[in-house]
Structures are given as structure tokens and as C-alpha cells.
Design a protein around this ligand. Structure first.
Ligand code: NAP
Length: 319
């Protein structure tokens, strides 16, 4: 399927793709506001003081506002009970200004993630984790799609094009990345293999892939000689490792793929950082815009049509 190649892979620039997507969302949010008087609203709930989660939530809030949407942020203490969090979710579920509700994971130990995910109104579940949405994706190819796999799919469509008939191997079977990624690639008519920690001969499975998606959480697990020459590699992993620099010990982010080896073999590859990561928040905004449209019966594609007396560029539909 892929041409054998000897040169370095094309770098899949997720940062640039995400910037284009956010600009497109901002333009459509503006059209939704000016033509229909609707401002999409995203509510993010953070429980506790996990520094990484605080950074994610801050970034989400900033990018939501930059896209012309309303951002509602709630911060509960690390000691908050499950009932307190469920009460907050219930309030957001009925708030007409809120079109998307996201509870930042992971949660403190006293709160069951499944209880919280089950409590979010499916129409506002912009993370796409509610069983109604996972069921819709699995059985009908519809519903609100989890942001990270949706971002991966957008990158593949942009850089590879038609995926039909390709062999896709996904390493990792989590509910938030691996499983929905498999459903999406099946929907694109790929032949899909979902590998995990019990897979026998993972390297051989990976070598068969025209499209290889790594969502494992193990730094540089996937080596260059596990990759079919010319394959498209999407590295979802974000791992912080310790390194030694001239100035002493430091840390850096690496993916699940050994980038330096893989870039010599693959046809196209996402870097870490700057690949999948930026697409995740952009897709969250896109899901929020779509949820606002669905709530008010507006066809999202109609927002791309030129307004009387003005011109808009056409954009691809969200999913
Ligand atoms: P997760 O829930 O921990 O799942 C990891 C998966 O990898 C599991 O299915 C596990 O198999 C499998 N696995 C672990 N070790 C393996 C091995 N040695 N060989 C084969 N499979 C192995 O992780 P996740 O939430 O999907 O996240 C995966 C990575 O993506 C993490 O680095 C995370 O930080 C990153 N991530 C990035 C974004 C983004 O926006 N870029 C978003 C989400 C996650 P079993 O099921 O058999 O245990």
C-alpha cells in the first residue's frame, strides 16, 4: 500500500493543523452567534490540584475564549465527594448556556470515574466517553467522538487522504484512545488490528501496518524496525523522561515511538510534542460547536455557507 522509501518521513504538523482548525471553528462560532444569536459554551470541571490537569484546564479555557465561545470553569477541592461532583454535573446538564461538559480526568480516589461519566448528559458529553456516545460510534458510526482519536483521524485524512483498504494497527486499547480509534478507522474502511499488552509479537503486528497508531504510555516502545517503510505513524503517547543536559538533569517529552529511528523509515510521522496533542483541544472545541448546533437545530455545514453580502470559505465537516 505504501511506497518503499529511503528518505526521511514527512512530519505531520499537528500544531499547524490545529491552528487552522481553531481558526475555522472561530469563524463558524462567529457565524452561529451573528446569524442565530447562539454562543457555544464549554464547562470544564477540575477536582483537586494535579499540576498537569491544571495546565490542561487553563489551556482549554484560553482556547475556548479565543474561539469566541464561553468558558465556564469550576474548581472543586481534592477532598470533594462524589455527590458534590455529581451535583455540579447535574447543574451544568440543565444550564442552557452550557453546550459541552467536561470533567478533567483523572479524579481523586474517592470518586468513581464511571459514575461521573454516566452522569453527563450524552448531548453535552463533548469528551465522547458516555456509553451512549461510545455505543453510537460502535454501532452507527455517529455520536460525539472522543477528541484525541478524532484529532488523529483528521491528521490522517489531511496527510494520507483516502484510508480505505489500508491495514491499520493501533497499539493500546483504552476507552479514550485505542478503542474509539479502532472504530473510526473501521468506519474509514481500514482493516484494523487492535494490539495491547498481551499481544504476541507486537513488532510483527506493527510491521504489517500501513497506518500505525501508538497509544501506549511507554516511552519509545516502538522501534524503527517495527515500522513498514512508507507507513504513516501517529504517536499519541506523551511521556516525560529524565535526561542529562550540559546544564545538569532535566526532563523532556517523548512519544511511544522512537522518533529518531522511525523518521528514517516511515512515510509520515507525528512529532511529540507538536503532533496529536494540539489537535485534541481543537477537536474539543469542534465537538462543543457541534453540540451547540445540535441543541439548537442548526446544521453545522450551514455555517460555512456565505452570509448574504459576505463571503466564507468552505471547510470540511467535523467528523
Ligand atoms: P492507558 O489507558 O494506560 O492504556 C494503555 C494501553 O497500552 C493499554 O491498552 C495497554 O494494554 C497497552 N500497553 C501497555 N503497555 C504495553 C506494551 N508493552 N505493549 C503493548 N501494549 C501495551 O493509556 P491511554 O490513556 O490510552 O494513553 C496512552 C498514551 O497516550 C499515554 O502516553 C497518554 O499520556 C497519551 N495520551 C495523549 C493524548 C493527547 O492528547 N496527545 C490524549 C490521551 C492520552 P492492556 O489493555 O493490555 O493493559
Amino acid at each position: 500500500m505504501n511506497e518503499a522509501r529511503t528518505g526521511p518521513a514527512r512530519i505531520i504538523d499537528g500544531k499547524a493543523s490545529a491552528a487552522r482548525l481553531r481558526a475555522d471553528i472561530a469563524r463558524r462560532a462567529q457565524a452561529l452567534s451573528s446569524r442565530h444569536g447562539i454562543t457555544p459554551g464549554l464547562a470544564v470541571v477540575l477536582v483537586g490540584d494535579d499540576p498537569a490537569s491544571e495546565v490542561y484546564v487553563r489551556n482549554k479555557g484560553r482556547q475556548t475564549r479565543e474561539a469566541g465561545m464561553q468558558s465556564f470553569e469550576t474548581h472543586l477541592p481534592a477532598t470533594a465527594s462524589e455527590d458534590e461532583l455529581l451535583a455540579q454535573v447535574a447543574r451544568l446538564n440543565v444550564d442552557p448556556a452550557v453546550h459541552g461538559v467536561l470533567v478533567q480526568l483523572p479524579l481523586p480516589r474517592q470518586i468513581r470515574e464511571t459514575a461521573v461519566i454516566d452522569a453527563i448528559a450524552p448531548a453535552k458529553d463533548v469528551d465522547g466517553f458516555h456509553v451512549i456516545n461510545t455505543g453510537l460510534l460502535a454501532s452507527r458510526g455517529t455520536g460525539i467522538i472522543p477528541c484525541t482519536p478524532l484529532g488523529c483521524l483528521r491528521l490522517l485524512r489531511e496527510y494520507v487522504g483516502d484510508l480505505s483498504g489500508m491495514r491499520a494497527v493501533i497499539v493500546g486499547r483504552s476507552n479514550i484512545v485505542g478503542k474509539p480509534m479502532a472504530q473510526l478507522l473501521l468506519r474509514e474502511n481500514c482493516t484494523v488490528t487492535l494490539a495491547h499488552s498481551r499481544t504476541r509479537d507486537l513488532a510483527a503486528e506493527c510491521r504489517r501496518a500501513d497506518i500505525l497508531v501508538a497509544a501506549v504510555g511507554q516511552p519509545r516502545l516502538i522501534k524503527g524496525d517495527w515500522i513498514q517503510p512508507g507507513a504513516s505513524v501517529i504517536d499519541v503517547g506523551i511521556n516525560r523522561i529524565s535526561i542529562t543536559t550540559a546544564d545538569g538533569p532535566a526532563t523532556r517529552l517523548v512519544g511511544d515511538v522512537d522518533f529518531d529511528e522511525a523518521v528514517r523509515v516511515a512515510g509520515a510521522i507525528t512529532p511529540v510534542p507538536g503532533g496529536v496533542g494540539p489537535m485534541t483541544i481543537a477537536c474539543l472545541l469542534s465537538n462543543t460547536l457541534d453540540a451547540a448546533c445540535a441543541r439548537h437545530g442548526v446544521d453545522p455545514l450551514s455555517l460555512d455557507a456565505p452570509e448574504a453580502g459576505g463571503a466564507h470559505s468552505a471547510s470540511a465537516s467535523a467528523t
